[in-house]
Design a protein around this ligand. Structure first.
Ligand code: 5GP
Ligand code: ZN
Length: 113
């Protein structure tokens, strides 16, 4: 298995977990871009949003539920947060296993759009 996130999910690489359930794991990013920077990752290996299929679309529901839970657990649900998923190398995706960055804990005023 050469997917770094599959190895984290399998427990082969340690991570600072925020939550884990049957479908999803969430852990702190090793290079945080904000005081709170958590990655929400489905346990099923899907490369990116673009690689989602009829079979894997249902993962989006537990992913979104986990994002909300992560926001509450890390104390940013009220102050606000941003969710980013880089899709493809051209967008800066460096780990080809679908994941959502949850960023908060500081003013995220600088908006891309
Ligand atoms: P991407 O660049 O694909 O959008 O996001 C990948 C993220 O994974 C990066 O922010 C990077 O810091 C994080 N990352 C890469 N390897 C590891 C690791 O081994 N552990 C953790 N916790 N985060 C990682
Ligand atoms: Zn994977």
């Amino acid at each position: 298995m050469d997917c770094i996130f599959c190895r984290i999910i399998a427990g082969e690489i340690p991570s600072a977990k925020v939550l884990e359930n049957e479908e999803v794991v969430a852990f702190h990013d090793i290079h945080p871009a904000a005081p709170i920077h958590v990655l929400v990752v489905p346990k099923t290996h899907v490369e990116s949003i673009q690689a989602l299929s009829e079979a894997t679309f249902p993962l989006l529901l537990p992913i979104h539920a986990a994002i909300r839970e992560v926001a509450v657990l890390t104390g940013i649900a009220e102050s606000g947060y941003r969710v980013i998923s880089n899709c493809g190398e051209g967008a800066g995706q460096s780990v080809p296993h679908l994941h959502y960055h949850v960023l908060g804990g500081r003013n995220l005023g600088e908006k891309l759009l």
